[in-house]
Ligand binder design. Structure first.
Ligand code: SF4
Length: 694
């Protein structure tokens, strides 16, 4: 897969995997990649990379890529290769038939955080302008939607506050529900450098991640929280800060809403929120909580980095707000070395949210019911937009099962593998009449599709990605699309076939439209990106070269708002029938559901998902290292190979989700975050039984 030899030219582009957004030089010989070299001027990575970005691009030329459009009348029929025109016209006629028969809102679209900003913009535009509905959602629904909600409520903007470089100015770091060594390796190496220089570390995680204890790094505190009790733990940390006089009173008085702060302080000071009272719930000794709280509040610049172990819970949004509360209470927002920093999973999660892929928000996080904003889009797009929010992904599934949602355009997202409760998703898809999948491969979702539109890889496209630090970077075409059409051209063709004309000659013109209609992007252009390398939004007249650190003099919402974050237990608790709690994570060499990395030589590092189980729990069940175990939940059952380890505590088991056969999402339930419906992947009550090889 990796071509060796002499390069003829090179093209600077951006990695298509994680939210770090590393810059790379693709060294090319004709249309073949010779090697990917980390770009030394890349502002997110500064010449560094991980194994995924450096070696795992072979999927772009993998033999399983589908390069011809295909259609079939029924999902039990064989696929038939057709021309682009025939596939697109068929899809458009089916969508229109469904709308004629079942109503305008019987169709919708799902955008992908793996696609560019420009592609995502077009899909939400197609759904709103050509379909005439707000039934558009993004795969961020299932990862960082609580970040968007929680940070908007408290700080006023749905994004992280810092640059990655900021970590070099921090004194105390909280890493919560994230494993940067595997999920965000290039950021992790910068964090480790700062830790080796003497910054202190508090890890909040049910599992002993690598940062807790590695050869040169020892966390000061590992608060090994029981899955599902993050909010309780944060309340107990806040209790110590509020009752021991550790609040940054000057910051709060100047920068935050007084009434909300007073209510919050009264709330967290209640005895029921003390570390001693909460220890019963969280499993974390009170003394460790008190020590960690004192360290964070008094140790200098304090920063918080968090991941999906925070958001993918029934209280995901509550926990994000509790994190923001903690940062505000200790005065840790608005300068270098501090802040609230969501570690975004996919390369363009931030961008897919920024581009208005939510059913209730137009680009730039403006509510669809805002008449003034809607009018701007209506004037520019020449259509009337619906003022009511559309369906979220889980609501689309419910509506499909109820018979009112019949058609779906799904770009670059494998919802059958990535969404929880696989059986439920599959049943919903099987109930629809037209599913259009646009992807590189015939993925699990394509098994339910009627039209397959070949997608193109990041090497074959122009556009931009926005990383976890709001950094917009250029994606540049290093080879021609192997399928003959760029992804944005496919969406344009579908829109034209639906009778809503779109006219662009190049993604540059889509970015011009984004800048015209999105205040936080109004100063962004390809010319400026080429000149400056990248830009962090907001980029506008006030900040023509972007905004590395947000909320410096005032919060985006004006005054910061403390929110009451009461702990509410999840339904997923240990019971006699399902006594163990399953949680999930990632491994360095594989990326998400593995559609790309499984089609590269990466499998030499990691070729299956395993179940980590504490030796005590294993012994109780007669399970030995390497045995196969059946994992049952109230949603379903799968089989995994057991690895005995004390990285997990007794009562907790852990797996990754990179291989479809492991079926992690066969067992996860459809519990979800109360505010955003982000699924509760991170805690599922399960039972294990030893089984013979599957
Ligand atoms: Fe960088 Fe992430 Fe790509 Fe690794 S996977 S090279 S850390 S963007």
């Amino acid at each position: 897969v990796i071509m060796m030899g002499q390069a003829e030219h090179s093209v600077v582009t951006t990695c298509a995997y994680c939210g770090v957004g590393c810059g790379f030089k693709a060294e090319m010989k004709g249309q073949e990649v010779v090697r990917m070299v980390p770009w030394k001027d890349g502002q997110a990575n500064r010449g560094h990379s991980c194994v995924k970005g450096r070696f795992a691009w072979g999927y772009a030329t993998h033999k399983e890529r589908v390069l011809k459009p295909m259609i079939r009348k029924h999902i039990t029929d064989s696929w038939k290769e057709v021309s682009w025109d025939e596939a697109i016209n068929y899809a458009a006629s089916e969508f229109r038939r469904i709308q004629g028969q079942f109503g305008r809102d019987a169709v919708g679209g799902i955008t992908s955080s793996r696609c560019t900003n420009e592609e995502t913009w077009l899909v939400q535009k197609l759904v709103r302008a050509a379909f005439g509905t707000n039934n558009v959602d993004t795969c961020a629904r299932v990862c960082h939607s609580p970040t968007g909600y929680g940070l908007k409520q408290t700080l006023g903007e749905s994004a992280g506050t810092q640059t990655f470089d900021s970590v070099m100015h921090t004194d105390v770091v909280i890493v919560m529900g994230a494993n940067p060594s595997s999920g965000h390796p290039v950021f992790a190496s910068r964090l480790k450098r700062r830790l080796r220089q003497g910054a202190r570390l508090i890890v909040i995680d049910p599992r002993r991640i690598e940062l807790v204890s590695s050869p040169h790094i020892k966390a000061d505190f590992h608060l090994q929280v029981r899955p599902g009790t993050n909010t309780a733990l944060l309340s107990s940390l806040a209790h110590v800060i509020a009752t021991e006089g550790l609040i940054d009173e000057a910051f709060v008085a100047e920068r935050c809403e007084t009434k909300a702060f007073n209510e919050w302080r009264d709330f967290v000071s209640l005895p029921e929120n003390s570390p001693e009272a909460m220890a019963e719930i969280t499993g974390v000794p009170a003394q460790a909580v008190r020590g960690a709280a004192r360290l964070f509040a008094t140790g200098g610049n304090g920063s918080i980095y968090y991941g999906l172990g925070v958001t993918e819970h029934s209280q995901g949004s509550t926990t994000v707000m509790a994190i923001a509360n903690l940062a505000m209470a200790t005065g840790n927002v608005g300068r270098e070395g501090v802040g609230v920093n969501p570690l975004r999973g996919q390369n363009n999660v931030q961008g897919s949210c920024d581009m208005g892929s939510f059913p209730h928000e137009l680009p730039g996080y403006r509510h669809i019911s805002d008449n003034v904003v809607r009018a701007q889009f209506e004037a520019d797009w020449g259509v009337t937009l619906q003022p009511e929010p559309g369906l979220r992904i889980p609501n689309m599934f419910e509506a499909a099962l109820g018979g009112s949602f019949k058609g779906l355009y799904c770009q670059g997202e494998d919802i059958v593998q990535s969404d929880p409760n696989t059986q439920h998703v599959a049943a919903a898809l099987a109930a629809m009449e037209c599913i259009v999948v646009q992807d590189l491969f015939l993925n699990e979702t394509a098994k339910y599709a009627h039209v397959f539109l070949p997608g193109s890889s990041f090497l074959e496209k122009d556009g931009t990605f926005t990383n976890a630090e709001r950094r917009i970077s250029r994606v540049r075409k290093v080879m021609e699309p192997k399928n003959g059409k760029s992804d944005w051209e496919v969406t344009v063709a579908l829109s034209n076939a639906l009778g809503y004309p779109m006219n662009y000659r190049h993604p540059r013109e889509i970015m011009e439209e984004i800048a015209r209609l999105t205040p936080t992007f109004s100063g962004v252009s390809y010319e400026k990106l080429d000149k400056l390398g990248s830009l962090q939004w907001p980029c506008n007249d006030d900040a023509p070269e972007g905004t590395p650190i947000m909320h410096i003099d005032a919060f985006v919402r004006g005054k910061g708002k403390f929110m009451i974050t009461k702990y509410v237990p999840t339904d997923e608790r240990s019971t006699r029938r399902f006594p163990l709690l399953l949680t999930t994570g990632r491994i360095l060499s594989q990326y998400n559901v593995g559609a790309q990395t499984r089609r590269t030589p990466n499998v030499m590092w990691h070729s299956e998902d395993v179940l980590e189980i504490h030796p005590q729990d294993a012994e109780d069940r007669g399970v030995k290292d390497g045995d196969w175990v059946g994992v049952q939940s109230r949603a379903g059952e799968t089989v995994l190979r057991a690895t005995l380890t004390d990285r997990v505590q007794p009562g907790v088991v852990y797996t990754t989700f990179h291989f479809p056969e492991s079926g992690a999402n066969v067992v996860t339930t459809d519990n979800s975050d109360w505010a955003t419906n982000c699924p509760e992947y991170k805690v599922t009550a399960v039972q294990l039984t030893r089984v013979s090889q599957p």
